[in-house]
Design a binder for this molecule. Sequence first.
Ligand code: 8Y7
Length: 281
Amino acid sequence: MSIIKFSNGKALDLSRPHIMGILNVTPDSFSDGGQNNQLDSAVKAALEMLKQGATIIDIGGESTRPGAPDVALAEELARVIPVIRAIRAVSDCVVSIDTSKAEVMRQAIAAGANIINDVRALQEPGALEVAAQLNVPVCLMHMQGQPRTMQHAPHYDDMLSEIKQFFISRIEDCTNAGIAQENIILDPGFGFGKTLDHNYQLLKHMDAFSELGCPILAGLSRKSMFGNLLNRQTDERLAASLAGALIAVQKGATIIRVHDVTETNDVIKVWLACEQGIINE
Ligand code: 8Y7
């Protein structure tokens, strides 16, 4: 089974699913108090998610929600770098940096991050070269269009083939640039340039991507594919997100990106007990 190795000697054994806990460090995420206060809250939130069963903390300073504005480089660096350093000072957990900017990747890895999570799949200027140079695991996500406009009118002639083709082509570009195939994680990008129906087709057929030989990451947590199906606000999408996480795991995803770590961890434990039986009874 697949193992992701990190330069500090640590590794993630992907023979079982892992939880990536979401840590957004946009101004609206930890809005109480001054800068130190915000840093404190971010570290606390990360430690809490680790205690709840996350093995990766995904730190993002650019909102990629549909319609969100672009964030300038200096602003993104100011948001994420202090948080990575502060987490690194108290934990040796796996940290991923959610960014598309080459310079943020460089500084984040220098500050102690271990994985690059790029919703633009290393297609921004310099990103491919920097990722190759840094020699760290990268998550390549599929997106049709750009965050600001991607939900206007998503269209595919054959979505599954087009996404698979995108992955094949990105894997080729990455390996040509010097990125090791063992360092590539793939993500079909739920909600990124997909209609409601596209998202459910994608969930149903996610297992089609496993044949590409890379670990699969799925991000479904609280997304509008649940809100729009069920007419629920973001804080009312837990049950739906857990259903989505379970289906994704059943279809071969080994990293699940979520807000609700405790609950997702329970789901994974039930799935594992079912798959492997109860050890040490
Ligand atoms: C995803 C993601 C977001 C995802 C990966 C949200 C940063 C939107 N979604 N990264 N990022 N996969 N790899 O609702 O699905 O969390 S932001």
